[in-house]
Each structure stands twice: as structure tokens, then as C-alpha cells.
Design a binder for this molecule. Sequence first.
Ligand code: BJW
Length: 245
Amino acid sequence: MSDQLLEKAARYVREARRVVVFTGAGVSAESGVPTFRGGGNTAVWRGMPATELSSAELLERDAVTVWEWFEYRRGILAGLSPNPAHYALAEAEKRYDDFLLVTQNVDGLHQRAGSTKIIELHGNIWRGRPFGSSKTVPLPETPLPEIPPKGPNGEVLRPDVVLFGEMLPAGAFEEAATVAASCDVCLVVGTSALVYPAARIPEIASAAGAAVIEINPEETRFSDFADVSLRGPAGEIVPKLFAKS
Ligand code: BJW
């Protein structure tokens, strides 16, 4: 990544009043969280790809296997910590009156780093909810005492995570889209931007005239929309970008 590109991106960030950050699995890669597609340590478990494991179809057929897959990941996540990218984004929100972090991640690492202005489009692995209900139950403990876990009234819980073929939490996408439509700068960090409707968020920002800055070691389908592409790991580039802004 050249100093010139970093300076160009820093200028956008410095002059912005309304900032949206859109993050994906890559922002947590340096914490040790596997990404879904590319970036090396792609998630496969018991020979099944994440697309099959994290599907509404499997949850309906075999909730125990889905919970075992989530428990395997919760066990890994419990030992991991936020990295410098998470911390830099948590600091950045204090600079702006209008700031929103829209994450596709379910790992909770942004909140552990201190982010508060956040929308989780795909839910959170540390919560469950009864089938057919949006009333969430915190599940901070791993391993869980039983699988599937039960709620306070003995009701069977499912993960509070948006699986393939499921709708996003009511209002979450709409709120993120409204803010994206009026931001000055949209940072797109560590995502392949392949999964919809989430990937619409940076597209909406770009179409509305925001400067789009992509941070990713690899080219993505979104690279063509970006005003600046900073190639490299988020844990290195995000802190540098805000330090220069
Ligand atoms: C680094 C780095 C470093 C590495 N620093 N970067 C149109 C066409 C075809 C299909 C569809 C369509 N519209 C919708 C669909 C279906 C589907 C979909 O989008 N499929 C696509 C794959 C095509 N979408 C859905 O099913 C959604 N629901 C929906 O559409 O509902 C409406 C509906 C209902 C009923 C019937 C029909 C429609 C819901 C999608 C929910 C996705 N959930 C998941 C799993 C969560 C559960 C779990 O955690 O197990 O969310 S999928 C998975 O992908 C996860 C992620 O949030 C999401 C996005 O992935 P992300 O974050 O971009 O990660 P990667 O791995 O793809 O990329 C990592 C990037 O990091 C890479 O670029 C690396 O280079 C980079 N990287 N190291 C910075 N150090």
C-alpha cells in the first residue's frame, strides 16, 4: 500500500462528518477467527462447508448438529481477543456525531473492543432466541450446560444468528441502509461483499455519492466501486488510517 493512497483515504476520513463502517469476517482474522471465503483459514467442520452448517434447512432438520457447530466456534472465540482494527474503530466512533458501524460478524469482538454505535446484521453467536421469536437470551457460557440450550421458561433456543435463507432482524437492514444513504464516507473492511442483502450497504453508500474506502488484502467484487482500495490486513491499516486522519 502506497503512502499516497493512505493519504488520499485519510483526507476523506478527516473531512467526513458522517461515517459508516461496514465490516466482515476479515476484520477479525488477525484475532484468529476463520473467515468464510478466502483469507486462508476458511471454515469447514466435519467435512461440511459453513454454507451448509449455517443454513435454515439444517437447523430445521438437525438443530443439535447446528448447535454443536456453534458450540465449536464459541469455544474457539472464548479464547480470542479484539485486535488493533477493532480498537481503532471503537476509538473512531468518539470522533464523529454521526458514526455507525454495520457488521456482518457474529463474534461480538467489536463490542468487546468498546464499539457502541453498532448494528449487527447477522446477529450474535453469544445469544439465543426461541424458535419463531425475536426475544433474545444471552448465552455467554461455553460449553453450554445442554444442547440445544433452553431459555428461562424452559423453551428450546436456536442461535440468534441469521442463517442462509433467513431474513435479517426486523429493521436492522433498513436502519443501516438509511444511514448509508446519507454518509460522506463508507469504510468497507474485511468482507468479500458477496452475501446479500448485507452487501447492499456499501453499494447504497456509493450510489448516494459517499467516498468508499476498501481495506482488504485481496481484491473483491466491491473493489471496482471503491474510491480507494488499501490492500493489506485490517489490524495494520485501520489504525494507520485513523492515526493519519
Ligand atoms: C481480511 C483479512 C485481514 C482476510 N484484514 N481483510 C442473490 C443471489 C444469490 C443468492 C442470494 C441473493 N440474495 C440473497 C441470496 C441468498 C444468500 C446470499 O447472499 N448468498 C450469497 C452467497 C450469494 N443470502 C441469504 O440467505 C440472506 N437472507 C436472505 O436473503 O433472506 C431473504 C430470503 C429469505 C428466504 C428465502 C429467500 C430469501 C441471509 C444471509 C445470512 C448469512 N449469514 C452468514 C452466516 C452467519 C452464521 C454463522 O456465522 O455461521 O454470515 S454467511 C457468512 O457470510 C456470514 C458472514 O457474515 C457473511 C459475509 O461474509 P464476509 O464477512 O464477507 O466474510 P468472507 O469470508 O466472505 O470474506 C472475508 C474477507 O476478509 C475476504 O475478502 C478476505 O480477503 C478478507 N480478509 N484476512 C482484512 N487480515
